[in-house]
Design a binder for this molecule. Structure first.
Ligand SMILES: Nc1ncnc2c1ncn2[C@@H]1O[C@H](COP(=O)(O)OP(=O)(O)OP(=O)(O)O)[C@@H](O)[C@H]1O
Ligand SMILES: [Mg+2]
Length: 505
């Protein structure tokens, strides 16, 4: 018999204009991984924030090890043994890894001794977890993935009974995800109960003992491991059956070359990158993490300096030395790091969508709340199915995935001819992914051109007319969609070692 760790019944929670949770229930056993899934805005994070004392519930009960508990603050949750890894990272960028992990729990003593003891403790923790990071590094200098690993280490440092992970892998590489899964296996063995939130359906079979589905703030049902069927989970999530769209054929959309990149090299990584993007084309960029796909985008838009190489737009060579030059030439870049790209979280949805295209939608005084602008914002809210009470809602109150949709709307509103999307569907639910795919297809049908960097091969195959594969800063293959398969892409993505040797002879 499994021993019950946590039981949650009849939980409800409302915010102004939104009922985020209605009568939700679930149970968690010792040594079990419960996956919690649902569309963007379904209520997953809100439920977890109630369990971790950040939000107070309007109704319902929570029992831990058979006794009803009142979780009235994050401190109480911690004392009860409930620890959470947040979807939005909560680290202090100016502090070191060790300082972040033990913030508020620093050892006593003089500054110098304290620092030493802190670093020693952090080193032990990181080693025990198999995370290769130096505790003295300043968090602000780390990549998003590494920051995520620090968040994970911090949550694990509490030795919790219940560990909540809200989309822990959305920014992790495959090997980091594997490290995390091994950590979770270890925790299970020690009897920890894990609540695991993810939009990556393929992870469920790998890690979940049970899956609980929420939709529109309501409990829909749970599936045990042996009855786990991903199509069924998705149907439960979206409340209808999702059809997968057809793959594009490469010939249909062959327009003129709008972007020609030749011999692009950077000191850091890129080595003689050349390719062409045509009008009306979606050009997929595939490759392993660190292959150089984001670097190509950053070099093109002038975010990083280039050593050599040329960029032509519509047949004319251009000099792009900063991102604003790129925008002037009609090139927009949706970065993979949504936080840096800067939503104004305190501002409303309308302002954020129109922010990048101010000139088109502001009135003489620079206000974005013109009727024309609002109309445009409402259209995007509708077509991207952004879940918000209205376009006047404060952006920080939207769920994580819906905030990302706002970023996408912002770039769509901008009306660039060439759009570079870096991991456009990261953190976005399966139903909304289909909407974004449809939008990208509409854009190219209107004659725009898109470069789409994605680590999800099914997505690359589903959308791209042609696929550029990179490895170690070089292009190792360009495949027509009809000749491409996951296996072929992986083959090119892992091919590099040999080619590098050739070229250096
Ligand atoms: N502090 C808040 N103020 C107002 N509304 C909120 C607040 N927090 C959450 N909501 C609303 O509650 C609903 C559920 O949001 P929640 O963040 O729980 O969704 P989620 O399932 O975690 O989605 P995602 O997959 O996008 O992260 C959303 O409609 C959201 O806008
Ligand atoms: Mg969430």
């Amino acid at each position: 018999m499994p021993t019950q760790l946590l039981a949650v019944h009849g939980i409800s929670k409302s915010f102004p204009g939104v009922q985020a949770l209605k009568d939700v229930q679930f149970e968690l056993n010792r040594g079990e991984v419960l996956a919690l899934v649902g569309e963007n805005g379904a209520g997953k994070s809100s439920l977890m924030k109630i369990l971790s004392g950040i939000y107070t519930k309007d109704a319902g009960s929570i029992s831990l090890e058979g006794a009803e508990v009142d979780i009235d603050s994050p401190k109480t949750a911690q004392t009860l043994g409930i620890s959470i890894i947040h979807q939005e990272m909560n680290l202090m960028p100016h502090l070191t890894i060790a300082q972040n992990i033990y913030i508020g729990r620093e050892p006593r003593g003089g500054v110098f001794l304290r620092e030493r003891a802190l670093n020693r403790k952090a080193t032990e923790l990181l080693q025990r977890l198999g995370i290769a990071l130096d505790p003295r590094e300043v968090v602000g200098n780390l990549t998003v993935a590494k920051q995520q690993m620090v968040e994970i280490a911090k949550a694990l440092s509490f030795d919790a009974k219940v560990l909540i992970m809200d989309e822990p892998t959305s920014a992790l590489t495959e090997s980091e995800t594997e490290t995390l899964f091994r950590l979770i296996e270890g925790l299970k063995q020690r009897g920890t109960g894990v609540i695991y939130i993810s939009h990556r359906m393929e992870e469920l079979r790998r890690i979940a003992d049970r899956v609980t589905v929420l939709r529109d703030g309501q409990y829909i049902g749970s599936l045990e491991k042996h009855e786990l069927d991903i199509t069924r989970v998705i149907d439960m999530m979206v409340g209808r059956h999702l059809e997968e769209g057809a793959r594009p054929s490469s010939d249909r959309h062959r327009g003129d070359v709008v972007l020609r990149v030749q011999g692009l090299s950077t000191r850091h990584l890129l080595d003689d990158v050349s390719f062409e993007l045509r009008r009306g084309e979606i050009l997929g960029f595939a490759g392993l993490m660190g292959a150089g796909r984001t670097e190509v985008a950053r070099a093109i838009i002038g975010a990083d300096p280039i050593d050599s190489g040329t960029v032509e737009i519509n047949g004319k060579q251009v000099r792009i030395s900063q991102p604003s030059d790129a925008v002037r030439h009609g090139v927009g870049y949706l970065s993979e790091d949504r936080k840096l790209l800067g939503l104004l979280l305190e501002q409303d949805v309308n302002s954020n969508i129109l922010l990048a295209s101010l000139r088109d939608y502001t009135d003489a005084l620079g206000f974005v709340h013109t009727p024309k602008g609002k109309q445009k914002s409402r259209e995007y809210v509708k077509s991207l199915r952004i879940k918000t009470p209205s376009i006047a809602a404060t952006t920080k109150n939207l769920s994580g995935g819906n905030q990302q949709k706002v970023v996408i709307a912002k770039w769509l509103a901008r009306d660039c001819d060439i759009l570079i999307f870096d991991e456009p569907t990261r953190g976005i639910d399966v139903g909304a992914k289909e909407e974004i795919y449809r939008l990208l297809n509409d854009l190219v049908a209107q004659g725009k051109s898109i470069i789409m960097i994605s680590s999800e091969l099914p997505e690359v195959l589903r959308l791209s007319h042609r696929i550029v594969v990179m490895a170690n800063g070089r292009i190792t293959g360009v495949l027509e969609n009809e000749d491409a398969s996951q296996a072929k892409i992986m083959d090119h993505a892992t091919r590099m070692g040999v080619e590098k040797e050739y070229s250096s002879r």
